[in-house]
Ligand binder design. Structure first.
Ligand code: ZZB
Length: 273
């Protein structure tokens, strides 16, 4: 499976008590940029990002990436994978094959509420929010949120926006959650310009606990988005998703906003974990 890693930059912390560890990392890593790096198959949807998700109980590390002189925050499992992969022109992500340097460790909870800059997003600043359905044995354990086109993301964001107690439980302020409206980015005939919202309404999905319905909604929006989707924003507005997806992916890689990450098929992964 070939994923695109999106480089979501960690901005200077706003809460120096809660994010003391992150502040220390930013202050001591020699001016290197620090990124949360979600894995995605949908780089063309990055215009619609409203936040980034981590698993509150998940374990993450800040890993040195020699090839780009940056720091990536991801699961240890995915960092090991990355250290065995080529960045470009035969150069590995890390100087030594299979060897990765962990500068700091974080629980997902310690990453919640961080201010972030997500590439191509409409919002200048977004925040890290909790998503309880994240699998730590898939991708990087970090997920970028596109509620317009990903049903799981839409439902999770709705729950946070509608329930103050839920926000409070994770120590999130209203400003981190409430202002972020769905950004319509892809039109699909018969589904409107926010297919995840359409499918969640159509299947009457009430909560993130509706797993079976969410899977159905995800499968359908994936398929229709790719085969029938028309971009509504950005320089390829009016063009078919299937035509511009590889172009947008390559442009993000060339500009340094993204890079490639490979992992074995998920069945193999879950067997070895
Ligand atoms: C942005 C995005 C926009 C996504 C969209 C989906 C959709 P797959 O096919 O099962 O490999 N994802 C990535 N890692 C994880 C994880 N560890 N746990 C839970 N979810 C994860 O799924 C890959 C997609 O699942 C990724 O692409 C990511 O969300 C999420 F409009 O990133 B996506 C209809 C889906 N639309």
């Amino acid at each position: 499976q070939e994923y695109v890693l999106i480089k979501i930059k960690v901005l200077p912390v706003e809460d120096e008590t809660r994010h003391a560890k992150m502040k220390k990392l930013l202050d001591t890593c020699g001016g290197k940029s620090v990124y949360l790096v979600p894995a995605t198959l949908r780089p063309e949807t990055m215009y619609g990002q409203t936040n980034c998700f981590v698993l509150p109980t998940g374990e993450y590390g800040a890993y040195q990436v020699d090839a780009t002189n940056e720091v990536f925050i991801m699961s240890a499992r995915s960092a090991r994978g990355l250290s065995c992969q080529v960045y470009k022109d035969n150069q590995g992500y890390t100087n030594e094959f299979g060897k990765i340097t962990c500068l700091e460790t974080f629980s997902g909870d310690e990453l919640l509420g961080l201010p972030l800059k997500a590439p191509m997003a409409k919002y200048d600043k977004v925040y890290t929010l909790p998503l309880l359905s994240i699998s730590m044995s898939k991708g990087t354990g970090v997920v970028t949120s596109v509620p317009s086109d990903a049903p799981d993301d839409y439902v999770a964001l709705q729950e946070l926006q509608n329930k103050e107690a839920f926000r409070a439980k994770f120590g999130l302020t209203d400003e981190m959650v409430v202002p972020f409206e769905v950004v319509p980015i892809i039109k699909i005939e018969g589904y409107g310009d926010a297919s995840a919202v359409f499918m969640c309404n159509k299947l009457k999905i009430k909560s993130s606990g509706d797993k079976a319905k969410l899977t159905k909604a995800k499968d359908e929006t994936y398929l229709k988005g790719f085969t029938m989707g028309i971009m509504q924003v950005g320089k390829y507005a009016g063009k078919k998703v299937s035509d511009v997806k590889p172009i947008i992916k390559q442009e993000m890689i060339d500009s340094g906003d993204a890079c490639l990450y490979f992992e074995p098929e998920s069945k193999v992964v879950s067997r070895t974990n």
